[in-house]
Ligand binder design. Sequence first.
Ligand SMILES: [Zn+2]
Length: 163
Amino acid sequence: MKIKSKKNTKTDSKIKFFKNKLEESGYRFTKPRKFILSILRNNSKFYSADNIYLIIRKSDPDIGIATVYRTLELLTRLNLICKVSLGSNRSFYMLSKDCKKEKPNYMICNKCGRIITNNKCLNSAIRIRLIENAEKNIFKNCKIKIDNYQIFFSGLCDKCSLQ
Ligand SMILES: [Zn+2]
């Protein structure tokens, strides 16, 4: 995948939005920051830090994995992207707006490691909604501040289950 911004005004305004957000918080819109946001913007699927690094390396071999990790941390802290942890030690990233669009269901295949998100079958089998004022009550009673939640399945994906 080549990192290129699509030439339409909608995408340009999105990139400007990210640029403004960073600058408002006192950060420059550096190349790694722009690359990562473009990758996540062009495709509303999950990327691990390694996936992102492999894509960026093709466009700019000077950007190292440490920079990718640092940039992901910063963008997560600024709430431009979100980090989803699946299972033990597996983290994936996507744009914050994609995380919030719907409460996602995730399924991770124990055999091939494939991640399935927002699959129609999973979504229609289970609809999760917190009861009214749940976030407020959780905070009031336990001082736990919820900003998102997810359902996480594990098992065998459609390919592995047929083998
Ligand atoms: Zn599988």
